[in-house]
Design a protein around this ligand. Sequence first.
Ligand SMILES: NC(=O)c1ccc[n+]([C@@H]2O[C@H](COP(=O)([O-])OP(=O)(O)OC[C@H]3O[C@@H](n4cnc5c(N)ncnc54)[C@H](O)[C@@H]3O)[C@@H](O)[C@H]2O)c1
Length: 325
Amino acid sequence: MNFLVSGGAGMIGSHLVGRLLAEGNRVTVIDDFSRGRIDYLPSDHCRLRIIEFDLRKDISILKHDISRYKFDCAVHLADNVAGIKYVFNNQLKVWTDNLAINSNFFALVDGVVDFVIYAGTACSYPKALQTKIAEKRLVEDDAYPAEPESSYGMSKLMGEYELALYADQGRFSATTLRFHNVFGTNTEFSGEGAQVIPALCYRAATANYEDPLTVWGSGKQRRGFIYVADVIDAIMTAIAKKPSEDVIQIGPESSTSIADISALIVDISEKKLRVDFDLSKPEGDFDRLGDYSRARSALSWSPKVSLIDGLETVYRWIERKVQYD
Ligand SMILES: NC(=O)c1ccc[n+]([C@@H]2O[C@H](COP(=O)([O-])OP(=O)(O)OC[C@H]3O[C@@H](n4cnc5c(N)ncnc54)[C@H](O)[C@@H]3O)[C@@H](O)[C@H]2O)c1
């Protein structure tokens, strides 16, 4: 089969591209390399084509090029996504970037593909449903009435909405996979663009033996972390099954506090790091948990990789990067 993957050089994208190629498919990646890296992708692969392009820009020449090929499926992963500090400091930019990227990508694949998978986010759920320990599991329809905490969550929800308009008008069939917090290798781990697990792994890997490991916020905030390989399984199953559901959320059965994540990372590092909590820093939503009945019924999907195995893999990858890059 022939695939078009936007954001294919990023964390989720590079793992997806690797899997698609390993299963004998052809893949075209569109990425501006603002966060993704060419070295996350297989080098000189004869079935891989890489187009460096900023999807916020005019797509007319790219559309002409893309229209010469027939794609079986497009997976839309490109967006402006990063750590919590970046998102809260750049709300307008995140909003305008993501709306432009989504509108341009959907217009690009209109008439070129039969099936589109869009990466949504659990950050799109209303803030009011995430302010205390999760008592009720969120279902897909809980995203409305919409009031996410950040422009990131809102812009991603508008992407779901725009995608559904294309699908409703019969331009292509489409599904949003709405991911909870994904972690894995092939990601930024230092600087304000890093998300919490790679950022903590990096701080632990570069800390001296008895340094403090500083965590943003109280550490009581909880997240549903899902390892990237499980996310790739969900995408591959959605490609195979083309589910009729417009949105399916993908995440772990339980949430974990950032304090517990930090303690696990300290154990993996085998250093005697003291964990400090910086209450002056933002900590985002307090907790959220998904109800994955739809993922089970539509995709027969449930996660397989344990949190500890995923953390160990990411920590060792960052440790090697720190030592050898
Ligand atoms: N990582 C998570 O925790 C998480 C959770 C929920 C949803 N998602 C969604 O999954 C998708 C992929 O996330 P990820 O973690 O792999 O992010 P990532 O930042 O690693 O990958 C995004 C890719 O998009 C590319 N990109 C950004 N702006 C672009 C532009 N203007 N034109 C072309 N390419 C551009 C980047 O270079 C990068 O390679 C995103 O849509 C994100 O919202 C991620």
